[in-house]
Design a protein around this ligand. Sequence first.
Ligand SMILES: Cc1cc2nc3c(=O)[nH]c(=O)nc-3n(C[C@H](O)[C@H](O)[C@H](O)COP(=O)(O)OP(=O)(O)OC[C@H]3O[C@@H](n4cnc5c(N)ncnc54)[C@H](O)[C@@H]3O)c2cc1C
Length: 299
Amino acid sequence: MKLINAFFFKILKFFPENFIKFFSSRYIAGFTIEETLSICRELNAKGFVLTLDILGEHTTTKEESSKITDLYKKLLIKIYDNNIDANISVKPSHIGQDVNDSLFKKNLALLANQALKLSNFIRIDMEDSRYTNLSIEAYKNLSKNQNNVGIVIQSYLKKSLHDLKKLKNKNLNIRLCKGIYSESNEIAFEKKSDINKNFLDILEYAFSRKIYIGIATHDEHLLEKSYELIKKYKMKSNEFEFQALYGVPLQKWFARNQENSFKTRLYLPFGEDWYDYSMRRIKENPSIAKYVLLNIFKR
Ligand SMILES: Cc1cc2nc3c(=O)[nH]c(=O)nc-3n(C[C@H](O)[C@H](O)[C@H](O)COP(=O)(O)OP(=O)(O)OC[C@H]3O[C@@H](n4cnc5c(N)ncnc54)[C@H](O)[C@@H]3O)c2cc1C
């Protein structure tokens, strides 16, 4: 079955972008800010809180990275003006890390200050392992003085628990996920069971120290274990949240979160740079690729 799904994914790469665009609306909140804000209102009304991501990564010039930083600043104002319950998620390589380290730190500080002025919060998304130490370092420095910034820890990296233990600042705010990039087996676990074990070890460490955690997974086993740990450590509902990607079905456990007054935050990517993101999501769940292809042939 896995082979068949991978085959469907390969074929999909040869399809016209417009076709993928039609399909990708499942995973993307909108192509413009206005489209996205309207989806945000609907999702807030259903009880979700949100984090907004402007699609794209790896800007290569100062001008490009400043343009993205400005877009995020405007987005923070729109969120405030429209009374949307959402923060923002930002990729280091999108706001200048590939150009140079100081540009990234400058842009990140601009965004964190803008967020602070508007009583909002900024999450530094975690990219591949070339960025891990730099991102954690930037987070460490920024969060010394302000507590409206958070970082991501990926459980597929063998050093992640160690990284978390080294973070000593007060008011840590961590999103815990498995990790999406292709990494060597020298630094990353390959087996799902190892990645999941590390996920739960990190979660347990965080709960035992009351570190705020965004539990970012759709994995039923991990969700079940997370509920057990919440009970074991008597976590209050304002000490953690669940997080999921927009477009991934989660009705069952969203209802369970609501019953328990646990927060569920959806990660909403939007913008013009949608192609790579959509293909990554299809690759993650190739059965969708099959479904998409079968639908074309039925029409
Ligand atoms: C809110 C959020 C933020 C994230 N931020 C980052 C980040 O900053 N850096 C990073 O490296 N990674 C990030 N990720 C991605 C994450 O690392 C995983 O790659 C991704 O979430 C899939 O892992 P999983 O825990 O859901 O488990 P999996 O074992 O991959 O999936 C579990 C189940 O979820 C369902 N599912 C998963 N993906 C899909 C899909 N596309 N469509 C439909 N169903 C699906 C399937 O039923 C699957 O069996 C983030 C994920 C979330 C939820």
